[in-house]
Design a protein around this ligand. Sequence first.
Ligand SMILES: *Cc1c(COP(=O)(O)O)cnc(C)c1O
Length: 353
Amino acid sequence: MQQIDLRSDTVTQPTAAMRQAMQAAPLGDDVFGDDPTVNALQTRLAELLGFEAALFMPTGTQSNLCALLAHCQRGDEYLVGQMAHCYRWEAGGAAVLGSVQPQPIAHQPDGTLALADIEAAIKPDDAHFARTRLLALENTLGGQLLPMAYVQSATDLARRHGLATHLDGARLFNAATAQAAGPGGEAAAADAVMAEARRIAGCFDSASICFSKGLGAPVGSVLCGSRAFVQRAHRIRKMAGGGMRQAGVLAAAALYALDHHIARLADDHALARRLAAGLAGVPGLVVQAPQTNIVFVDLVGDARERSADLLAHLAAQGVQATGLYRLRFVTHLDVDAAGVDHAVAAIRRFFHA
Ligand SMILES: *Cc1c(COP(=O)(O)O)cnc(C)c1O
């Protein structure tokens, strides 16, 4: 039976060509700084995105943790979205390991944090308060692209108040792909996508990018910033146990993805639109129009009560998704149009639609 795993874009398997690139990579001991492939990846991404330096990380969580701790001292705080990964989904790492306090802010429906809310959350210099030190934004956030003008205004506002800025750009290249696309979603060339990625990341003091999501590498993130910032992050990465040895075997997959998997993100976005279009009009489903590779579908009315049955029905048809009353379908490298159509048909059959 056809298997289609729409739980996350992290489930991708490295392609045969990516495995070959990993196999062929020259390696060294990166704790001594002599893994040529890790060094090549770090230099390359820093240059592409317009930063002085970069650091290869085992995970996006560790990358965000090192960024938060490199920007903030004990007793500082960072402003962050209520639904942001580096607040909600990272086990409270900055607070637990860095004594850095998060100040979460509610999102607007488009995923942004209202400028007035950011401004109101910045504490005056007063002994009662933690020192507000950093604004952390996420783009894309739940598959939503933050408008470019907003990213500029929010980071300008932070800078005016003396705050540093961090971008959790786990899916930066999905954001850039959506931003570079034509009005009808027509795909842009890889260099146009890269230019948008650079424009977004250029608003921030630091940026973390995941290679193990839509870009299709098995493992790895990269944290970019100034030379001094990356030096601080390097020490924290060591403390967190993230000093890796012959890590070039992993960095090679990320380098391969930079060369071969950027332009194709537009295919994932097109498949997400195909899935959303396929589910349009099914009674009981409210389908959010996807901007990138994530489709949210709310179950309403009677469909809500049948949610667990729906998921079991889908699993029996070889279709995996996450959620309960709000289902999440994520398209990626290992999903094709036939798979999406299979998922759509299985859902429509369940609702006799
Ligand atoms: C996946 C993700 C991360 C990092 O996750 P890891 O599983 O630790 O690699 C960070 N931020 C966002 C927005 C993510 O989606």
